[in-house]
Design a protein around this ligand. Structure first.
Ligand code: AMP
Length: 446
């Protein structure tokens, strides 16, 4: 009996797995440019971590967490995001005291949310993100926004929509919360049951409601920007002015509140619509936080972070052909002809790998047709064919799979011939491409 995959999860293999690898490699390289170091935190955390950080009023905590009691009766949750775990780690490992500030980490890994599965929305998905903790300057926020913008450019995006808003400081939010309560109080009867709850716990969440009539109401609600304290307003203006100065386009969205409770001041989302109009929601999002670290037992240090959804990035990049460099590439496919040749093929493959060639080898007795089908499947450039005659003569047949030309070659000359062939190809390739040597994906002997 087949066992079904859990709803909202998916297997990642072949093109998609290579795509994920490529996306993560580019994101890590950009995080490195901005001097972030990797952090790996557990997938399971105590539930309290998320109720205290992501917040009791967020949809995530209210209805989307995978929470269970372990065998020791502890309430454990599969992380719905990684920021909270990073903060817990900073606190428990006292990184704020033992390291210079800011503490700059990047992370990548799976998250779990019990959401309604749909395009771009899974119950297990992967995030790549950065957190910078310990600097209050708005330039720290800008640095993370620009890292996000750069990351998308390096991934090949030509045009992304950066949507921003400010949630101000605590005082701004308290004033705004009052104004919203006054406004929505008159409409309570018309609102959905979720929003009736949100009204009491956190009326800002109503602005995020997807129910059309509530959305309509939210459009006419008071605007956060009219309730910012002068210093919160100045901070937001400095950020927008700097984005202008750097030519980074953005749109201010008064209804942007983000789904997590820990933000203050700037919040942002990157959106992208494919050429054919596919929109998977935000591909990356983040914001500034002031009391997240203290909420989980640390000192009062501000921070800022961004997280990208790998599945969503992959979906839109695939749609718009931004994953060109990720097909399988094999330098050499070693083909044994007959049972006896398998052992020779096996040892030849090991020698070639020791010389840094990407090698696939057939380890079974297969027909020519099957062998060439496999060579095509692994996208091999060359085939090395060994049969009884070649073994007897200490030779190998070398076949260029693009031109289909083949020659017999003494085994002793194989490595020097391959070296020549691959290096010539590399030179020719570089004559035709603009890539710097280290950026190019062809075979390099360095
Ligand atoms: P958040 O932690 O909600 O700010 O989300 C950060 C990013 O993770 C989003 O911009 C999405 O790209 C991605 N993301 C969030 N939820 C999901 C989900 N259920 N499935 C796939 N990607 C998601």
């Amino acid at each position: 009996m087949e066992i079904n995959i859990v709803k909202g999860t998916h297997d990642v293999f072949d093109d998609e797995a290579r795509g994920f690898d490529y996306i993560e490699m580019v994101l890590k390289a950009v995080a490195d440019l901005y001097s972030f170091n990797q952090i790996r935190t557990p997938i399971i955390e105590h539930t309290e971590l998320f109720t205290r950080s992501v917040g009791e009023s967020s949809d995530i905590v209210r209805k989307e967490m995978y929470t269970f009691l372990d065998k020791g009766d502890r309430s454990i949750t599969l992380r719905p995001e990684l920021t909270a775990g990073v903060m817990r780690s900073i606190v428990l490992n006292k990184l704020y005291a033992t390291k210079d500030l800011p503490i700059k980490n990047y992370y990548v890994g799976p998250c779990f949310r019990y959401e309604r599965p749909q395009a771009g929305r899974y119950r297990q998905f992967n995030q790549f993100g950065v957190e910078s903790v310990g600097v209050t300057s708005p330039f720290q926020d800008l640095e993370v926004i620009m890292l996000g913008y750069d990351a998308l450019r390096y991934l090949g995006f030509k045009k992304v929509n950066l949507v921003i808003n400010s949630l101000g400081d605590k005082e701004s939010r308290e004033n705004y919360r009052e104004a919203l309560k006054n406004y929505f109080a008159a409409h309570l009867d018309e609102m959905c049951s979720d929003c009736k709850e949100r009204f009491n716990i956190n009326p800002l969440r109503i602005l995020d409601c997807k129910v059309p009539s509530d959305h309509e109401l939210a459009l006419n609600a008071p605007k956060m920007r009219d309730y910012l304290t002068p210093s919160a307003k100045a901070r937001f203006e400095l950020i927008t002015k700097t984005l202008d100065d750097y030519g980074i386009p953005y749109e201010i969205d008064d209804s942007l509140v983000r789904g997590l409770d820990y933000y203050s001041h700037i919040i942002f989302e990157f959106h992208y619509q494919t050429e054919s109009g596919v929109d998977v929601g935000a591909i990356g999002a983040g914001g500034h936080y002031d009391s997240l670290l203290s909420e989980v037992g640390g000192p009062e240090l501000s921070g800022v972070g961004i997280a990208f959804g790998i599945e969503r990035l992959y979906a839109v990049m695939k749609e718009d052909n931004l994953l060109k460099d990720t097909e399988v590439k094999t330098d050499i496919y070693v083909m044994p002809i007959g049972e006896k040749a398998i052992e020779h093929a096996f040892s030849l493959a090991q020698v070639l790998r020791a010389n840094a060639y990407r090698v696939e080898v057939c380890l079974e007795n297969k027909s020519f047709k099957q062998l060439f089908k496999r060579a095509e499947h692994v996208n091999a450039q060359l085939a090395l064919i060994i049969g009884d005659n070649e073994i007897a003569n200490n030779e190998v047949i070398i076949k260029d799979l693009h031109t289909q030309k083949q020659v017999n070659l003494p085994l002793d000359n194989l490595l020097s011939t391959l070296d020549m062939m691959f290096n010539t190809e590399e030179e020719e390739h570089h004559e035709h491409c603009d890539h710097e040597h280290h950026e190019c994906s062809c075979h390099h002997e360095e």
